[in-house]
Design a protein around this ligand. Structure first.
Ligand SMILES: *Cc1c(COP(=O)(O)O)cnc(C)c1O
Length: 363
């Protein structure tokens, strides 16, 4: 039995009639940009997250750039960011004219900590970007004690929570991506900014529409970065199922634990009070690349993520520094391995993956 790395089709299949009906409604209405669907989604998602404001934008990368500017980050300011994340997190900092300063992560949670961020602070640092990597919330409350604005990049963590608060509500502002593979997805590109701060929300709203509040006076050089009506209509349907999908992801993780995977590879550590929504189920093991190849030969998809961390990427070379060193990032980049994960991954599939690893790792 083949097991795919993720399955985005099966969870969406039963929603097809509802989605088609909403798409037809949008076509009938004939409003495609910044209309009632976007407004309704922004309110519904804000209520879901427990924040005052959600601003829909074109994608998760723009969301970070716009949110940083709305938080007051200026050109040449420094922004601390983990090197072990998707490239867009740091690219978006450069997109705001600011300078990414790479920090290390915790080997267990793979997220930034107060200590790893502190090691990267300089007098020029004006903000911190914390990533909820692989769907597990970062300790944003600890970072906020450092006295700088914290932007939570929750692109991978829709449906997760920490201490009873949703991922996407933990920072001074948070950003989401609705790219088709993400936990809360649309049928194309989409993103959002979430915040409790009225001033940040107002500035972000202006920046997504060419830096204008009234569409006549242009106060800032902004962006054309809007969530469109069709995607918002689809997201309103998907949002109703997000908690069920997240529970499915957690059930699959529990099934891996019950199948004895921890005896074979290192499992992700979950901080106290966290309910992750596993976007990717990433373990670590020596010889990860070899193991991935052997699993693929048996029809089981497995893949290493961020094998070349951001401080080693060509476009980021000019931001790379020798201090702080990033030993955990470099270890994780070599040893991580994403195993199959989805809201509908069943016990039989989990058992097959675990048995294959046990067989391949047998002495
Ligand atoms: C996907 C992702 C982004 C970028 O989102 P897009 O919608 O693809 O622009 C940013 N940060 C992280 C951690 C991501 O996984």
């Amino acid at each position: 039995m083949a097991v795919a790395l993720f399955d985005t089709e099966t969870p969406l299949a039963p929603l097809r009639p509802a989605i088609m009906a909403r798409i037809a409604q949008v076509l009938d209405r004939g409003r495609f940009v910044l209309g009632p669907e976007v407004e309704a989604f922004e309110h519904e998602f804000a209520a879901y997250l427990g924040v005052r404001h959600v601003i829909g934008v074109a994608n998760g990368t723009d969301a970070i750039t716009i949110a940083l500017r709305a938080l007051g980050v200026k050109p040449d300011d420094e922004v601390v960011v983990p090197s072990f994340t998707f490239y867009a997190t740091a690219e978006a900092i450069a997109g705001a004219g600011a300078v990414p300063v790479f920090c290390d992560v915790d080997p267990g949670t793979r997220n930034v900590t107060r200590a790893t961020v502190s090691a990267a602070l300089t007098p020029r640092v004006k903000a911190i970007v914390a990533v909820d990597l692989f769907g597990c919330p970062a300790p944003v409350h600890e970072l906020r004690e450092l006295g700088l604005p914290v932007l939570e990049d929750a692109a991978q963590a829709a449906g997760a929570s920490l201490g009873g608060r949703r991922a996407g509500s933990l920072g001074d502002a948070a950003t989401m991506s609705f790219y088709p593979s993400k936990n809360l997805c649309c049928f194309g590109d989409g993103g959002a900014i979430a915040t409790d701060e009225d001033r940040v929300a107002e500035l972000a709203r202006a920046l997504r529409f060419h830096g204008s509040r009234d569409k006549r006076t242009f106060e800032y050089v902004g962006y054309n970065s809007r969530l469109d009506e069709l995607q918002a209509a689809i997201l309103r349907v998907a949002l109703e199922h997000l908690d069920t999908w997240s529970e499915g992801r957690r059930a699959a993780a529990r099934a891996y634990e019950q199948a004895g995977l921890a005896e074979l590879v290192k499992l992700p550590e979950v901080p106290d009070g966290a309910e992750p929504a596993w976007h990717l189920y990433v373990v670590s093991a020596p010889g990860a690349e070899e193991l991935a190849g052997a699993l693929r030969a048996r029809g089981i998809e497995a893949r290493g993520y961020y094998r070349r961390p951001l401080h080693e990427q060509p476009a980021m070379a000019r931001y790379a520094r020798s201090d702080p060193p990033l030993p955990v990032t470099e270890r994780l980049a070599a040893s991580n391995l994403a195993l199959p994960m989805s809201p509908v991954l069943g016990r039989a599939q989990v058992a097959e993956v675990t048995a294959a690893i046990a067989d391949l790792r047998a002495p």
